[in-house]
Design a protein around this ligand. Sequence first.
Ligand code: C5P
Length: 279
Amino acid sequence: MKYPATIKAYAKLNLTLDVLGRRADGFHELCTIMQKIELFDELSADFGCNGVSVRADTELPPNSVAYRAAYEYCRRTGAGGASITIRTHIPQMAGLGGSSADGAGVLQLMQQHYGAMDEAELFALAAELGSDVPFLLGGQLALCRGRGEIMQPLPPREFYYVIVKPAQGISTRELFAALKPPYAPPRSNAALDAILRGDNAALCANVSNALAPAAEERLGEIAAIKRRLLAAGALAAEMSGSGSACFGIFPNMAKAQAAKAAFADMPWCHICKSVHGMV
Ligand code: C5P
């Protein structure tokens, strides 16, 4: 085997998330700036078997993204099987892309071992598996459009994040289904300009999430966590994706650590930084 069959499958957070409208296929047209973060599941693969199996240290849904990724890769290419093991650290129903990260990680493992798809086929499969899978397969900081599969890579921003997740999660499907226009005004282009200018203050001023009002209606704790992150010194605070995790942006580790101390009462609180460069 050419590569070690163990990888880190990184999570993401959404620095901005605009909902532009509902599409004919039932999905919503998005414009979102996604950042890959140093929070990851660990995936390993054994290729000495036929068929596909996925085991994890937490319960996976019957047709998990990870399973479908391995199954579809084999079905489409005729590649042999894989036995995948997942050690999870990314919380579920958090808006951090946990199940999509696992799907992207499986595709990466399969491709490293079998090399049976070209890049276009691999990204097409990623997009079918879930809206965040293409970014998690190939991005670090990017403006993503469509369902998320049209990516414009952006220059890196070095930030530290304090991420706080309440006990209750949110279903992406249910939140989108409950979403009604008018949607919040788009902020991604202003944030994009700020990133391209290297203007962190303007970027932080445009951190936003059009799904947050609907999520806060369901789970009031989200607004409270955002307020607490700002009170703890965050340059900006917002919900990630469809929630329920929220993040605060900090300029350095010391400030992030000081802020984390204010969340000892929360079930899950994690500090991490942006992923960039070779990983
Ligand atoms: O693509 P993903 O599996 O993450 O999406 C979960 C559900 O969220 C979709 O089935 C769809 O109902 C909703 N969704 C949407 N518009 C998007 C992404 C997701 O309506 N851009």
